[in-house]
Design a protein. Structure first.
Length: 122
């Protein structure tokens, strides 16, 4: 039996590893397959990337028992449709709250006082 060649590709950085695992999970979801670390690793290897094995395990654990479609589409589902993703506000409401916070911050700021620079800039 021949030895497998050592993988000499560099290990991807954190952002690339996260993106690779995310895309691999989406591929498995679209193919109606369970998401596990072995399948994630296989897809990532096929894309000619190399990530630390911990990333595929983290994604497997994070997505286990979750309905990926609900996470993607934000559907409310029915009583027996499994775990739900609940949104707390709409984007418009979030922007409104942000605008209110900005107004509050502006109210708290005190007006600038004129400082006598002794004719330095005259």
């Amino acid at each position: 039996m021949a030895k497998a060649a050592k993988d000499t590709r560099p290990i991807a950085d954190q952002a690339t590893s996260e993106a690779a695992c995310t895309y691999a999970a989406l591929i498995l979801y679209e193919d109606n397959q369970d998401i596990d670390s072995t399948k994630l690793a296989k897809i990532i290897r096929a894309s000619n990337l190399r990530v630390e094995p911990i990333w595929t395990k983290v994604f497997e654990k994070a997505l286990k028992g979750k309905r990926i479609g609900d996470l993607l589409h934000g559907s409310s589902g029915s009583a027996n449709s499994g775990p739900q993703v609940q949104t707390t506000s709409t984007p418009v409401a979030a922007e409104t709250k942000k605008a209110e916070r900005v107004k509050e911050v502006k109210k708290v700021e005190e007006p600038e006082e004129d400082v006598d620079m002794g004719g330095l800039f005259d």
